[in-house]
Design a binder for this molecule. Structure first.
Ligand SMILES: [Zn+2]
Length: 216
């Protein structure tokens, strides 16, 4: 049923390009393409609250992982603690700034942008606050999502760790455990997100704002 509260929308199937009109569905249901049967979108239960809770947890873990040392290395009595960013900066000290950028951008910068960008968008939707730049932020967060590779960064840290253990004594810091927990929390937050739900909520927010302006 199509109502003012739950309008039908036109949707293009990503698999077969069929354009179809889709009515609003109840939370927990999925809409499939009428031509090829592939999934068009789903309407998850607690589609805003659950990702918001996970993104808040991810944001806290991201801050902890970036403030506290990932590891402390002790070579011949000389101790050196390094953070996530510090471990990428080591490549600059070794004369490979391009490697530092290649490691730091997908491992720290992009996940940070996506986590805090999504937090801003979800906060705006959940508490019905019309905040600026939510739409371009959602576009950029969706585009940059495949380039955020914290798991690859962690793999690099683990490889370095295995090599370092033979040469020096290595003590893992709170930053490492926070980063490990962050990878799982971030993956869960992204998996719980449905872009269609976010776009629909932003559209509803805009139309409510227009109606409020017209009534004045
Ligand atoms: Zn299709």
């Amino acid at each position: 049923m199509t109502t003012k509260e739950h309008p039908s929308i036109c949707f293009v199937c990503h698999e077969c390009d069929a354009l179809q009109q889709v009515s609003a569905i109840k939370p927990g249901n999925t809409v499939n393409c009428i031509c090829c049967g592939s999934k068009l979108f789903r309407n998850p239960v607690n589609g805003i609250e659950k990702p918001l809770a996970l993104i808040v947890a991810a944001a806290i873990l991201f801050i902890v992982a970036n403030i506290y040392p990932v590891m402390t290395i002790n070579i011949a009595g000389i101790e050196r603690a390094t953070t996530l960013t510090g471990s990428a900066m080591i490549f600059i000290e070794l004369g490979s700034p391009e490697l530092a950028v290649t490691v730091w951008v997908p491992g720290v910068l992009l996940p940070g942008f996506i986590i805090f960008g999504l937090f801003y968008i979800l906060l705006s939707i959940r508490f019905n606050m019309v905040l600026p730049y939510t739409r371009p932020l959602l576009v950029w967060a969706s585009r940059l999502l495949p380039w955020a590779m914290m798991d690859v960064f962690l793999l690099g840290v683990l490889v370095a760790l295995v090599k370092l253990v033979a040469l020096a004594s290595v003590l893992l810091g709170p930053g490492f455990y926070a980063f490990l927990a962050l990878i799982f929390t971030y993956a869960a937050a992204i998996a719980s997100l449905e872009p269609h739900t976010l776009w629909q909520a932003l559209d509803k927010q805009s139309s409510n704002q227009r109606e409020a302006c017209c009534e004045r």
